[in-house]
Ligand binder design. Structure first.
Ligand code: DQA
Length: 145
């Protein structure tokens, strides 16, 4: 049986998890979340990447597609979710299924967070389950086969 590989991609300000507005995003750091994800799915090979920069996220998506070893991507695009047409175009440029995830329930917050310019080109959306959103994103990818 070949190992399933999943890329977990995080956008701007998610490097500050644990310190950043813990009442909204919780007390775990991104490293804690990534470690816990790898521990929960021991049969999956994960690659983790975070960037504050729009272009770096797009480049990572292209690299992931070109390497040809990934089954899909779990993406928390942070604030880029709400306005980055460049990221949306990058997602729709690749064949890889991308699951959009958010720690917070973006629909229960400020009005500008209710708009996602990437949802339409993602394979699914998960929002509001804290660190578990990433786990559910992985489950969603596995369920899509
Ligand atoms: C977020 C929600 C976004 O609105 C926000 O800009 C983030 C984090 C979340 O995980 O809840 O940076 O994507």
């Amino acid at each position: 049986m070949s190992t399933i590989s999943i890329l977990v991609l995080n956008g701007p300000n998610l490097s500050r998890l644990g310190k950043r507005e813990p009442e909204i995003y919780g007390h775990l750091s991104l490293d804690d979340i990534n470690r816990e994800l790898a521990r929960s799915f021991p049969d999956i090979s994960f690659e983790f990447f975070q960037s504050e920069h729009e272009g770096s996220l797009a480049e990572k998506l292209f690299e992931a597609e070109d390497r040809g070893c990934f089954s899909g991507v779990v993406l928390n695009a942070g604030a880029f979710t709400h306005y980055s047409i460049a990221l949306r175009d990058a997602i729709s440029s690749v064949q890889l299924p991308v699951i959009e995830v958010h720690l917070s329930n973006v629909h229960a917050r400020e009005a500008f967070r209710r708009t996602s310019v990437i949802s339409e080109v993602c394979a699914g959306v998960i929002s509001g389950f804290g660190a578990n959103s990433y786990h559910l994103g992985v489950r969603g990818l596995l369920a899509k086969g």
